[in-house]
Each structure stands twice: as structure tokens, then as C-alpha cells.
Design a protein around this ligand. Structure first.
Ligand code: UDP
Ligand code: MG
Length: 319
């Protein structure tokens, strides 16, 4: 392999004290085998354990190890986004700190990038090891919904583990939205994107930093930022219900209900209809609410993240 440029590795970290040393060793040994110019950017996403301390220790020895530390926990996507904004490589690889995505695949990713002469190599999980049934089923459901609903066909079972080149990085930096669903946005950018199939390992240590609440909010961003379909479906659904109502009304004009149903049964049917319709109304309001809240978030224009300190990054570098 004859990759001549510089490679940036982007690693978001949130409370990963149990893993970070081991992860660093694996990443470093994968990079040393490659024999290329590199930098490793760790983003400390407001960890409240010893993550920053360990990272600082690692960065002491080498200038190529850089740290961006957030003022609080902003989330996985802002952390990756900060890495992409800062990195100076000709290509960058985004990888999780928990080593579920093996760094030993770096050479293969670079090789694919060169062979295919592409701009993005996105890694598709053909198998997931050590993730529980609930995680697997919710992930499957999410990727299915994303595929069916979104206006662009975002590849299934693809996380943020991927290689992107300078063209993509430059275009990504121009994106103004604050709440970023990175895997969708990179796909949206276009260029030549090629899949790479791999087996997702289990977490080396520690727990997932994506509890159900974060997962739901992430899934909703992914869905609502990439499609307006739910809004149109509500309209369709409303029309169907209205039609049913009219048909029912016409039916009532010809039939005397008291002959078929008792008063009790009639009121039970009425009560159920009211409850069902109120439910549908509330769901509709909820979906509308999500879109409005997205507009609100973007309108406020707050930054994606706040940096508390950087290490081995020049002062004038605007993150
Ligand atoms: N992460 C982060 N901020 C967060 C949550 C997660 O930077 O608020 C990092 C985390 O340290 C890890 C990566 O994002 O490197 C993926 O998180 P995790 O492995 O917990 O997600 P899962 O693989 O369970 O979906
Ligand atoms: Mg993980």
C-alpha cells in the first residue's frame, strides 16, 4: 500500500477511563504498522471520570496526540463533529473509543479507499457480537425506519466508523445545522462512497454511553432531519379518518341504531372512539412538536459544543 498523505484518527470519549489506555495502544500499533504520517484526535466529551487525566498523560509524550476537551457532555455527534472540524489529515477515520470497531482494520480501509479511488469508505456491520437482544432489535428497527422514511437512501447497519477524505471534510465543515446526524449528512454530501463489511466486536470494558433516552433522541434526529414524510402521512391519515366519519354519518341517516344496539353499547362505542381519536390527535401533535423543536434548536443557533481546553492544538486553530 502506498498511501503518502496524512491520516487523522478521530476518537470521541465519554467516561472511558477503563478503556482508553488499551484503546490507545491498539490504535497506535495499527498506525505504526501503516508507516504513515498521522495524528490522533481524542475528544473528551465532558467525562466526569479520569478520562481527561489519562488522555493528558498520553498527549504529553507525543505531539501527534491531540485533545479537544468539552466544557460538559454534549454528546457523541458533537464530539465527532469537533474532530472532523479540527483534523488536518488528507483522510480521517472516525472510530469509537470502546474498540467495538477494530483499529486493526485501518490498513484495509485505506487500501479500499485507494483501490476504489473513492471519497468515503463506510463500514457496514455484517454481524454484531456481544450486544444484547434489545440493542440489536432497536437498531434493526431504526435502520429499517430510516431506510423507508428518509428521502435519501442512507445505508443500513452503518455507524460512524468510516474513512472520509479531504473533499468530504471540507464540505462537511460548511454544513450549518447544529444538531448533526453525521452518518446521514456524510451520505447526503454525495461523492463516491463505498461500503466495507466487518464484524462489530463487543465493548472491551465499561458500559454503553447510549442509554435508551439518548438512543431515542438520536433516532428522532436521524428520522426528522432527513424527511418530512411523517407530516404528510398525518395529513393522509386525517383524510382517511374524515372519510370514515362521513361514511358513518350517511350510514346513520338510514339506520336506526336503537334497533341494533342498546344505549349502553352506544355509549361504550362513543367513549372508545373519543379515546382513540384523542390518542391520534396527541400523537400528531407530538410529531408536529418534534419538527417545531428542531426548528427552535436550529433558530437559537447555539454552538454545537463548547471547548474548555485543547492540548497539542495551536491556539489560533479555529475549532
Ligand atoms: N460517546 C461520547 N459522548 C456521549 C456518548 C458516547 O463521546 O455522550 C462516545 C463513547 O465514549 C464511545 C462512542 O461515543 O467512544 C460510542 O458510544 P458507545 O460505545 O457507548 O455507544 P454504542 O456502541 O453502545 O452504541
Ligand atoms: Mg460502543
Amino acid at each position: 500500500m502506498d498511501f503518502q498523505g496524512k491520516l487523522s484518527i478521530i476518537i470521541p470519549c465519554y467516561n472511558e477511563e477503563k478503556i482508553i489506555n488499551q484503546a490507545h495502544k491498539r490504535v497506535l500499533s495499527a498506525l505504526e504498522k501503516l508507516d504513515v504520517d498521522f495524528e490522533i484526535i481524542y475528544i473528551n466529551d465532558g467525562s466526569d471520570d479520569r478520562t481527561l487525566e489519562i488522555l493528558q498523560h498520553l498527549a504529553k509524550s507525543k505531539n501527534e496526540i491531540k485533545i479537544i476537551s468539552f466544557s460538559r457532555n454534549f454528546g457523541h455527534q458533537p464530539a465527532v463533529s469537533a474532530g472532523i472540524k479540527y483534523c488536518s489529515g488528507d483522510v480521517a477515520i472516525i472510530i469509537d473509543a470502546d474498540m467495538q470497531d477494530p483499529p486493526e482494520l485501518f490498513p484495509e480501509l485505506l487500501e479500499k479507499y485507494q483501490q476504489e479511488n473513492c471519497n468515503v469508505v463506510y463500514c457496514v456491520r455484517k454481524k454484531r457480537i456481544g450486544e444484547n437482544f434489545f440493542k440489536k432489535i432497536t437498531a434493526k428497527l431504526f435502520y429499517k425506519m430510516l431506510k423507508n422514511y428518509s428521502d435519501i437512501s442512507i445505508p443500513q447497519d452503518t455507524g460512524d466508523f468510516r474513512l472520509i477524505d479531504r473533499k468530504v471534510i471540507t464540505e462537511f465543515k460548511k454544513l450549518k445545522e447544529k444538531n448533526k446526524f453525521i452518518r446521514g449528512l456524510i451520505f447526503w454530501l454525495g461523492f463516491k462512497q463505498v461500503p466495507f463489511y466487518y464484524t462489530r466486536e463487543k465493548r472491551e470494558a465499561g458500559e454503553t454511553k447510549y442509554p435508551l433516552k439518548k438512543m431515542i433522541s438520536f433516532a428522532l434526529t436521524g428520522l426528522t432531519y432527513f424527511t418530512n414524510k411523517p407530516l404528510y402521512q398525518l395529513l393522509k391519515f386525517g383524510m382517511i379518518i374524515l372519510s370514515i366519519g362521513f361514511i358513518f354519518l350517511i350510514f346513520l341517516l338510514f339506520i336506526n341504531f336503537s334497533q341494533i344496539l342498546s344505549d349502553n353499547q352506544t355509549s361504550m362505542i362513543l367513549i372508545s372512539a373519543i379515546i382513540i381519536l384523542s390518542g391520534i390527535n396527541l400523537i400528531s401533535m407530538g410529531i408536529l412538536g418534534i419538527y417545531i423543536s428542531n426548528i427552535f434548536k436550529e433558530l437559537k443557533s447555539r454552538p454545537e459544543f463548547v471547548v474548555e481546553r485543547t492540548i497539542n492544538i495551536p491556539e489560533d486553530k479555529n475549532i
